[in-house]
Design a protein around this ligand. Structure first.
Ligand code: PEP
Ligand code: MG
Length: 541
């Protein structure tokens, strides 16, 4: 039995088997080999194994998501047989006498850089595929098992760190908890853990080489503690506490179908935040009044190419239809900063949080933006959609957005494709937007305050930097004053205002938000009923 402490991201408790994810931290080492032919034979065998894995993935994807999405695995199989690629690897092994892993890594980097520098958009996108197949080959060569989430039993995921794109690809039904060595409490991975309603610990000083898949662990999000190979007494205590937690949650269920209304009659909208179509189930299960933030960029993560207009349209339409007339606020893509996607080729930045991200990418590369807007305007016909734009800093940006929306509208009209221009609002998540919220309120239909970034930019604290977690204080007076200012300016122009950052779920502040005049709180689905309870028990005056 061995325990470690970390920072808790979500309070919950669980006992389960461990799966250690090590994909991220394999450092490919250069080794001298004696027998080049034997190394090439080893490579060939790994290639066959990788192709078999891809065939299995193709068969599964074909059954579950259809031919168009499965095709990528076929492309990867073909790439593994590409003569230029294989010749380059063989050459390195033979002429430099290096191990296959190293030869694959170097060739993968070279080829992917070559693709990335091409003008043709399709060829550019292949850069990520080459990296992908090279990583697969290296994994097989180094004998690392691929985690198959579909056949896995529900487990505690232990890793060095997890990126949002890795987290989003996981089968949520199979994850009991996250425990990572690195990570920050305000990162998107932490947000995902909250949304999934599972205990998660970050910054846990454990040695991953000492932890093996198959061990058992207790993850206690209340105490911020993980215990590997717990003894019988701790297992029994944990099972008892899990039962108690379940009972508490069941009590909250009695609030389903009830209004979010204070004891003296003030009503508030409580919506939910989601990251994928699959999350809509959580929204309905927790009886949220709508979706206040659909982080649409998650449709772009964990893929090797841009989602097409049709793919996006189908995803948005499905969410709208499932929500059956309830409000669905879809935020246009907020890529950049910690949400990196290879095929965007954003390049290295010294300061990505203050860099090329979100609406800036959309305005600089309107072809990407237009594809998403076309999908949104088309989907708007099928439900109660609102579009929301992230990272706004000026009125000029809003004017330019409207011009692009107008172009898209005209294109759809000319093509006789049914569409609707829905309500359009912006996120207030920069101090600049707060300071000009009076002017912005005249231009838009609503505001949604993104307190995660607003705190980051106001307090000059990188939300990804775990060292600064103690300084990251969204309760700071400056933030609360800003929320009041934005609310007053929105109301002055007859517009509604909500909070969709994590602070919206902070039950210590709920009463203050209601008094400030906030009209909507959008929180992770698991917080909806807890918030309803607090609101129903409070009085405004
Ligand atoms: C925010 O910044 O508060 C927000 C809701 O957006 P994200 O966390 O996705 O940056
Ligand atoms: Mg944000």
């Amino acid at each position: 039995m061995k325990s470690f402490f970390g920072k808790s991201v979500y309070k919950g408790i669980v006992l389960g088997p461990v799966v250690v994810l090590k994909q991220n931290d394999f450092q490919v080492k250069r080794k001298k080999i004696e027998d080049a032919d034997a190394e090439i034979a080893r490579l060939e065998q790994a290639g066959n194994q990788a192709k078999e894995q891809l065939q299995r993935l193709y068969d599964k994807a074909l059954k579950e998501v259809g031919e168009a999405s499965a095709a990528i695995f076929e492309v990867h199989q073909m790439m593994l047989e590409d003569e230029d690629y294989l010749d380059a690897i063989h050459n390195l092994i033979q002429t430099e006498g290096v191990n296959a892993e190293y030869a694959v890594a170097v060739t993968g980097d070279n080829f992917s850089e070559m693709f990335a520098s091409m003008d043709d958009e399709y060829m550019k996108a292949r850069a990520a595929d080459v990296k992908d197949i090279s990583n697969r080959l290296i994994r097989v060569l180094s004998g690392e098992e691929e985690v198959d989430f579909r056949s896995m039993t529900p487990s505690v995921i232990v890793a060095d760190d997890l990126s949002p794109s890795e987290t989003v690809q996981m089968d949520k039904e199979k994850i009991l908890a996250f425990v990572t060595v690195h990570g920050s409490t305000n990162s998107h991975t932490a947000i995902l853990a909250r949304m999934m309603n599972i205990p998660a610990l970050i910054g846990v000083p454990m040695d991953l080489d000492e932890i093996q898949t198959g061990m058992r662990a207790v993850v206690d999000g209340f105490d911020g503690k993980v215990t590997f190979e717990p003894d019988e007494e701790l297992c029994n205590q944990t099972l008892h506490r899990m039962e108690k937690e379940k009972e508490k949650l069941q009590l909250l269920q009695t609030l389903k179908g009830k209004e979010n209304i204070t004891a003296d009659g003030r009503k508030i909208n409580i919506y939910a935040n989601i990251g994928s179509v699959g999350d809509v189930g959580y929204v309905l299960e927790n009886d949220a009044g709508g979706i206040g933030l659909f982080r649409s960029e998650f449709l772009y993560l964990g893929k090797s190419d841009f989602p097409t207009e049709e793919e996006q349209f189908l995803a948005y339409k499905q969410v709208l239809q499932t929500m059956a007339g309830k409000k669905v606020i879809i935020r246009t893509l907020d890529i950049g900063a910690d949400k990196q996607v290879d095929y965007f080729n954003l390049g290295q930045e010294d300061n990505p949080a203050m860099g090329y991200r979100a609406i800036r990418i959309c305005l600089k590369q309107p072809e990407i933006f237009k594809t998403q807007l076309r999908a949104l305007l088309r989907a708007a016909v099928f439900g109660n959609l609102s579009i929301m734009y992230p990272m706004i800093i000026s009125t000029e940006e809003v004017t330019r957005i409207y011009e692009i929306v107008d172009e898209v509208k005209k294109e759809l009209e000319a093509e006789q494709i049914p569409y609707k221009v829905p309500e359009q609002g912006i996120m207030i998540e920069t101090p600049a937007a707060v300071m000009i919220s009076d002017e912005l309120a005249e231009m838009v239909d609503f505001f949604s305050i993104g307190t995660n970034d607003l705190t980051q930019y106001t307090l000059a604290i990188d939300r990804q930097n775990a060292k600064l977690d103690d300084f990251y204080n969204p309760h700071h007076k400056a933030i609360l004053k800003m929320i009041q200012m934005v609310t007053d300016n929105a109301h002055k122009h007859g517009k509604w205002v909500g909070i969709c950052g994590e602070l919206g779920a902070d039950l210590e502040l709920t009463e203050q938000f209601v008094r400030m005049g906030i009209d909507e709180l959008s929180v992770s689905p698991s917080m909806v009923l807890r918030l309803r309870k607090v609101i129903r028990e409070m009085k405004c005056d």
